[in-house]
Design a protein around this ligand. Structure first.
Ligand SMILES: Cc1cc2nc3c(=O)[nH]c(=O)nc-3n(C[C@H](O)[C@H](O)[C@H](O)COP(=O)(O)OP(=O)(O)OC[C@H]3O[C@@H](n4cnc5c(N)ncnc54)[C@H](O)[C@@H]3O)c2cc1C
Length: 370
């Protein structure tokens, strides 16, 4: 048996960032079932940092994560984590009210510029000004180097003494003598606190601990890349349909596209469905001059949501020492720095991190779902 203060289950962005922050306060073991950390949702995202896409508590967690992403600690990474990538919401005449709703919801927390049809075409020359009549540009959005962020957390956690166990599943969790016994492969770890950062499997891990599931739902989202023949993509924004029926964004010399689908799924190694790629292509080509004859790569990932679509960060009220860090939905990368610091502050009993007030902490606490 090995004694640690905290066992973190899952080494995606949630578990890696939590291990990094927790390791500043005590001994941490980070346990990941896959041989490679980040194999599941963390390695499959669109890598966007946007302060307008999600509203309410998620927007506040994104804003609270901004300072870390813009200015990480000196030894964290050797190049910037963020690269400018403005987001452009586009609307047909029938979607103009949706643009007004987005402006109202963002409520002055980040700049949104209204663009007319001709300006849309200037921002992204592939857009068809006869179909799309208006848009909203978020100039301060960025692309996140997800790999660098994730590796920075894993490396930093190790440097702070975290033991990382890859290719090792947590298969049993038992509370004994006010501690958790965690079976991780052949090892039994004894810890005061277990952090459930198991992504799509977070409810299954809770069941191992005899904790009632929260009703987390993994929703599959499909993505693909394609060529942009005839276009120079320099300076292009990410283009998002006002009702999020599709999006595409430049990725060096190609484009990444998605149907922005949300298909309920079991926790699994998600695979793309051809029909979702075909539908995305239909919607994207309807409002652009692209001819997409073939796609280069397709993939899918599970975005896991709680019943109210807010993340869940905090101790389970019915089980001592069981901390949820789950329900990261489609925002788990851009909110990871703030959520990890919140998780560490809760475990260490310290003050709330910058940018997180008691109302925000209560809004994401698991008690609201019990
Ligand atoms: C197509 C797509 C686009 C996205 N775009 C964005 C975006 O632009 N911006 C953004 O911020 N977010 C985005 N997201 C969401 C983001 O990727 C997720 O919110 C985030 O990656 C979730 O991280 P996680 O660590 O919770 O989950 P995961 O990365 O899935 O990690 C959970 C880990 O737990 C492990 N695990 C499970 N059970 C056990 C066990 N019993 N024992 C040991 N290990 C276990 C799993 O193997 C897995 O590695 C997107 C997602 C998708 C799919």
């Amino acid at each position: 048996m090995e004694r640690v203060d905290v066992v973190v289950v899952g080494a995606g962005i949630a578990g890696a960032s939590a291990a990094y922050e927790l390791a500043a306060h005590g001994d941490v073991a980070l346990v990941e079932r896959e041989p490679v950390a980040g194999y599941h949702t963390t390695g499959r995202s669109a890598a966007l940092y946007t302060e307008s896409y999600e509203k309410g508590p998620v927007q506040l967690l994104t804003l609270a994560s901004g300072p870390f992403l813009r200015d990480p600690p000196d030894d964290f990474v050797d190049h910037p984590l963020l690269t400018p990538l403005p987001v452009l919401y586009v609307a047909t005449a029938a979607q103009l009210e949706t643009l007004d709703r987005i402006v109202a919801e963002v409520a002055g927390r980040t700049e949104l510029r209204r663009l007319g049809g001709e300006e849309l075409h200037q921002a992204c020359p592939a857009l068809d000004p006869t179909r799309l009549v208006a848009g909203l540009l978020e100039p301060a959005a960025h692309e996140i180097d997800v790999h660098a962020l994730h590796q920075g957390y894993l490396r930093g956690a190790r440097r702070r003494g975290t033991a990382t166990l890859l290719d090792t599943a947590v298969t049993a969790l038992r509370r004994r003598d006010r501690r958790w016994e965690v079976r991780a492969g052949e090892t039994v770890l004894v810890a005061d606190v277990v952090v459930d950062a198991a992504g799509a499997w977070a409810d299954e891990v809770a069941v191992l601990a005899d904790v009632e599931p929260l009703g987390l739902t993994p929703l599959r989202r499909t993505a693909f890349t394609f060529g942009a023949e005839g276009h120079d993509l320099t300076g292009w924004p990410m283009v998002v349909d006002a009702d999020e029926r599709f999006y595409f964004k430049p990725e060096r010399d190609q484009l990444m596209g998605s149907l922005a689908d949300e298909t309920p799924s079991e926790p699994c190694d998600a695979r793309p469905e051809e029909i979702d790629v075909a539908l995305a292509i239909e919607r994207i080509t309807a409002v652009t001059d692209f001819t997409i004859r073939s796609v280069r790569r397709t993939w899918a990932g599970l975005r896991t949501f709680s019943p109210d679509r807010l993340p869940v960060v905090g101790f389970e009220p019915t089980a001592d020492g069981f901390l949820w860090l789950a329900g990261q939905g489609g925002f788990g990368i851009m909110t990871a720095p703030a959520m990890a610091r919140l998780a560490a502050a809760i475990v260490a009993g310290g003050p709330l991190p910058d940018g997180i007030d008691p109302d925000l902490a209560a809004a994401v606490a698991p008690g609201r779902l019990r």
